[in-house]
Design a protein around this ligand. Sequence first.
Ligand code: KE4
Length: 426
Amino acid sequence: MKRSQKLFQHAQLFIPAGVNSPVRAFRAVGGTPPFIQRGKGAQVWDADGNAYIDYVGSWGALVVGHAHPEVVKAVQRAAERGLSFGAPTEPEVELAELLCKLVPSLEKVRLVSSGTEAAMSAIRLARGFTGRARIVKFEGCYHGHADALLVKAGSGALTFGQPSSAGVPAETAAHTIVLDYNNAFALEKTFERDGAEIAAVIVEPVAGNMNLVPPRPGFLETLRKLCARHGTVLIFDEVMSGFRVALGGAQALYGVKPDLTTLGKVIGGGLPVGAFGGRRDIMDRIAPLGPVYQAGTLSGNPVAVAAGLATLKIIQAPGFFDRLAATARALCEGLGRAARESGVAFSAQHVGGMLGLYFRATAPVSYPEVLQCDKEAFNRFFHRMLAEGVYLAPSAYEAGFVSSAHGAAELEKTVGAAKKAFAALR
Ligand code: KE4
């Protein structure tokens, strides 16, 4: 990996830690991150020519694989007509209409350029709509890096949040209550006490930022019931789960309709697109229609929208998500068998095309249980797999992703690599 090492050293002269997003620096797993030069289908190649089967897929965006010919062609055609206008264009209306058709709770939607922007705007909109300040989030869930959401649990789960990043004023964090994911009891208690002051609850309906943790039966329904009872806006952050766990996202899979939804990743097909949308009466409070300000130079960018539209066209094919889930299931079963052969405490699960791999005998159902996973074992496993040409998410606390380009050959190679990697852990 000589060239990647040189590139990484050089990068650190000009970019903090040599990366434009922290997880890419491999600090959780150690070592030098391969500099990726190109991707095709389920594969990526690094600057030293090493090939990897990719289970990151740009953190879930590439659900149809790298450089899908129909997506690339759509982007080329759009680019030839001009890269950006800062004016209304037809393709962004087409994408908005399609999102409202495919996502059960979307009546209106506003396009932005990232998941962070979507979540930040949804929080501001919920606060403007309700006239309230407090919000609830869950420990282990990540909603991008807006100040109000970089908050960890305060001393007691029912008290004020504390900043989880420098630069976030305590006064900002104080409005955020942080609870345990999948803990319906703590939710009831919080709403009993503060329900009238809570503007919004934001939740990953399938958590993917503490590794994969699916919602316990009844958790989302309890959220829905409590928010309706107290006039609180329920926000499903489907930036990761949207068009990943099912065509209509987690809200379609579990049959629970939020008031607002945030989207990202897949809807841009790898280019920068985010979105927030939902109930018309709430969305109509957004500028210039209403008093809640929100804007963006590149929002609805025609080239990015072209990539998103081409991707969404492909994933509407009959059986697309059945096949994606079948690939994820086969991978989880293969890895589970390989681990058992080596007697390694390991478990794996999936929700649609989203994977959870855990160095723990059983899959965690909460953030505290995720913390019990053997991080060291994961890190050693990660590097053995990388050496065998399999690129997993570089952290024990991230979900993994398959694409429609992952087939039997990729699975066979991955499980074969895992057999060696598990054996080396004994
Ligand atoms: P972006 O601003 O990174 O586009 O989206 C933020 C975001 C919001 N909501 C959810 C549920 C998300 O998963 C994300 C971003 N996901 C991470 C993966 N853990 C992106 C990877 C990174 O930060 O580099």
